[in-house]
Design a protein around this ligand. Structure first.
Ligand SMILES: C=C(O[C@@H]1C=C(C(=O)O)C=C[C@H]1O)C(=O)O
Length: 183
């Protein structure tokens, strides 16, 4: 179900504002992207490959920039958003790999195919760009930070995220809002 976000301002409820009903779509898709990170981590557990792949990151960002105008997005804005998603994805991977090292084992699952996972990430990218375009007005809203904090919290709750994936979701939206000083 698509949720709307009521926002209260200040200590008392002086007004209520509503951000775009599409706003919840974006965190939900980011949760999906980070969940693919779990699979990527498992593939790297088996292959021994480094988490960070600068060449692949460049390809992701180049493609995002190329596609951005098709969605009515500024390439710099799209890049900024996806750079955060990449950092968030790596955070998930580093943490899981570290836990698996300590435990001496990873989940007992067959090695995932990294090429197939990257295809999934590429497919998800289009849906993310679409959702980003639908929330285009949010970063400039004076309520952005409150709205994002609520949306992240709600998505974490809806998807029953554990601490790591909740933290990663917060990282994903860390610099989503444009800077606005508190009055
Ligand atoms: C997801 C991967 O791991 C890292 C994260 C990436 C991403 O979030 O798109 C891209 C390259 C890697 O630095 C991957 O190797 O594909």
């Amino acid at each position: 179900m698509m949720a709307t976000l009521p926002l209260t301002v200040g200590a008392t409820t002086t007004s209520t504002t509503w951000v775009s009903p599409n706003m919840m779509e974006l965190p939900a898709l980011v949760v999906e992207r980070n969940a693919i990170g779990d699979q990527v981590a498992l593939s790297k557990w088996y292959s021994g490959k480094a988490v960070e792949d600068a060449q692949r990151e460049k390809e992701v960002i180049d493609e995002v920039r190329r596609q951005a105008p098709t969605y009515g997005l500024n390439p710099d804005d799209a890049e900024r958003f996806f750079a955060a998603q990449i950092e968030s994805n790596k955070l998930v991977q580093y943490a899981l790999l570290s836990v698996w090292q300590l435990q001496g084992r990873a989940p007992d699952l067959p090695p995932p195919d990294l090429a197939r996972l990257r295809k999934q990430l590429d497919d998800l990218q289009k849906r993310l760009l679409q959702a980003l375009a639908s929330s285009k007005e949010v970063p400039d809203s004076p309520y952005c930070k409150a709205a994002i904090a609520q949306a992240v919290d709600e998505a974490a709750h809806n998807d029953r995220l554990d601490g790591l994936h909740h933290l990663a979701l917060m990282r994903s939206f860390g610099d989503f809002c444009r800077a606005t000083a508190r009055p």
